[in-house]
Design a protein around this ligand. Structure first.
Ligand code: GLP
Length: 241
């Protein structure tokens, strides 16, 4: 596991973008696993800037996102599809036919999860998966559980996740209670993983995830078993390591 500590959020974003940019440069048709939340916004800003400067080409890139809220249409401003369009897809020359996000409106959820898993396999697997981390150690929307869920599945969001994510909605009642997420197995099959974290409020969970016991109660702790993980965090997030 490589750990890069940066001074602040900007530094984290620039380092993470540099790692993703090198992946895109070395393998222009890479399959990138993408994440949402507030942490990767700066990384996407940096990637958009590199594209604008003529330093990056996304024309052959394929993407798969970690997760999506159940019941939100892609046009809904709180959906992760909308987020991705706004923060990355509309700002670079990515082909929208090559981006994949679970369909929050799927009539048959189980089928949607199986299809999503198949899509990732058909793409040849994920070359580089970007991850943020929830306050309870969730990755994607894999909440603390008794077992590691392997494949893409539907989850009931925990109280702490609803609490943390309500800042993006008009009220807590509007936060969807369920979401589709890649499973821990799906994430662990990625060839490379890049986890980013910023801020003091992530320090305790980063210590637990990276130095504590490997347990499904702290989903991100499973990353200790992955052969190619890079952590990029700012001083505050890595202060307890
Ligand atoms: C959401 C997403 C996760 C993300 C987490 C942390 O729940 N599903 O993928 O890592 O939030 O978000 P933030 O980066 O805003 O702290």
């Amino acid at each position: 596991m490589k750990i890069y500590k940066t001074k602040d959020y900007r530094g984290m974003s620039r380092k993470a973008a540099a790692i993703i940019a090198s992946q895109v440069t070395l393998k222009p048709d890479s399959v990138l696993g993408l994440a949402t939340g507030s942490t990767p916004i700066g990384t996407y800003d940096e990637l958009a800037m590199l594209y604008k400067q003529g330093d990056l080409d996304f024309s052959e890139i394929r993407t798969v996102n970690l997760d999506e809220y159940k019941g939100l249409e892609p046009e809904n401003e709180q959906s992760y599809f909308y987020f991705m369009k706004k923060h990355l897809f509309e700002r670079v020359n990515i082909n929208l036919d090559s981006v994949h996000i679970p369909d929050g409106m799927a009539a048959d959820g189980e089928r949607e999860c199986a299809c999503y898993e198949q899509t990732i396999q058909d793409l040849g697997g994920i070359d580089l998966q970007l991850l943020g981390i929830g306050h309870n150690g969730h990755i994607g929307f894999n909440e603390p559980e008794k077992v590691f869920e392997r494949e893409t599945h539907c989850v009931e969001l925990s109280g702490s996740t609803i609490e943390a994510n309500k800042r993006f909605f008009a009220s807590e009642e509007e936060v969807p209670r369920y979401a589709y997420t890649m499973g821990i197995g799906t994430i662990m099959r990625a060839k490379k993983i890049l986890l980013i974290a910023s801020g003091e409020e992530k320090a305790a969970i980063m210590k637990q995830a990276l130095r504590g016991p490997i347990t499904p109660e702290v989903p991100a702790s499973v990353l200790q078993l992955h052969p190619d993980v890079t952590i990029v965090g700012d001083e505050a997030a890595l202060s307890l390591l």
